[in-house]
Design a protein around this ligand. Sequence first.
Ligand code: KIV
Ligand code: ZN
Length: 514
Amino acid sequence: MKDKLIIFDTTLRDGEQSPGASMTRDEKVRIAKALERMKVDVIEAGFPAASVGDFEAVQAVANAVKDRTVCGLARALDKDIDRAGEALKGANSSRIHTFIATSPIHMQMKLKMEPDQVIEYAVRAVKRARQYTDNIEFSPEDAGRSEEDFLCRILEAVIDAGASTLNIPDTVGYSVPHQFGGMIANLINRIPNSDKAVFSVHCHNDLGLAVANSLSAVMNGARQVECTINGLGERAGNASLEEVVMAVRTRQDVFPCATELDTTEILTCSKLVSSITGFPVQPNKAIVGANAFAHESGIHQDGVLKNPETYEIMKAEDVGWSANRMVLGKHSGRNAFKSRMTELGYEFNSEEELNDTFFQFKQLADKKHEIFDEDLQALISEVSFGAEDEHIKLIALKVCSETGETPLATVTLRVNDEEMTGSSEGSGAVDASLKAIESLVKSDATLGLYSVNSLTNGTDAQGDVTVRLEKAGRIVNGQGADTDIVIASAKAYINALSKLQMPEQRKHPQKGNV
Ligand code: KIV
Ligand code: ZN
């Protein structure tokens, strides 16, 4: 029997630290349900002390996820630990992840603390967290640049205090594989009580080495890897879950351990995260990129036709590429619709909401006949953006676009209960529509990104549009989906404008002086 490799997903916490990737509570619940279907072992749902919104999001994930461990991040401070403990109360299985920096530069410049004081804080935090759960993870932040002797001291102390997982973060993505792997081996060998804890790694991708460093650590004794869907995360991101999991699965001849994930859920999860955050997946991205299993050269195509193994090391279906399975259609009933929506993590708040959403589903099914999970996810995005947050509503859009003429769009919006109509020309139908909306709303925001992806196959597929807007240092992403991409674009722009009007009051876990 091989050892189990624990997969700890931090898309909802570190992933959310990517500029512009912030998620609402309901979006987090949907991603958490997708991670649960994939059988990720631990889901880090957020940093409860960051804001009331973050607290409520962790609480909602803790209540929604039934058979996976839900984790909350906390600095080594009583108030953070108590917030995390509170937020996780509803979880069937919970973990508190507490951390404090241990590198000389962080201790001197950021914390302004002596090493012994840092150990005191760490031990105290672990003991306090034990009042809420016996599943405690401790991270010495910036371990990749910390002194090994000091790491041995602090890690031995926190194991004695009750930490059962020791996570070694390469916070700034500075490590290289042989050295990082060597550090993990040394820590396991040198810490006298190391057998009482699982060693974990959390690698950032600043040098493009996050997956390589994580796998090197696994070869040297780490049995938990922290990673994110699509490699999302602070700056250049974290180790990508799909790459770590598929490397370990594909090279079972090399790795001494295995994960228990259902890898066929990987693609759906990747698309969901991409659509919610508005971070597109590059076509040549390993495992989940559109070209990851496409063979272009004639020689390769010929080989694959004769025997797929000539050029394929994994089966596309093993990561969900045969997906786009039709789940519902024009004739599906209300119950089938409701139960699939529930499986995808959406709970209806009332009969009325179910009826309205079912009506929208029927309208979509009339237009495109076959409805896939991706279509339902887009519908959920639309309905779960609460009516109370929807300050701007699209009432009507008319666009005239013809060869040789300048496109003209006329849009009617309801802005804070007042209906208004405006028109604008543009270089194309989308440009004219967004300018017409802007002529009414006058947000003055800067457009940082506009992207369209097809949700499924075929020309009747819904276009999934992401619009990123920036104003006064704040970045928001808006999403919209429709079989007409001009309407999808207008919806996405309006969604981003509504988000810009929502209050923001979050703290960053790794800023501040502890
Ligand atoms: O990168 C990092 O050090 C972190 C810690 C909080 C684990 O995200
Ligand atoms: Zn991190």
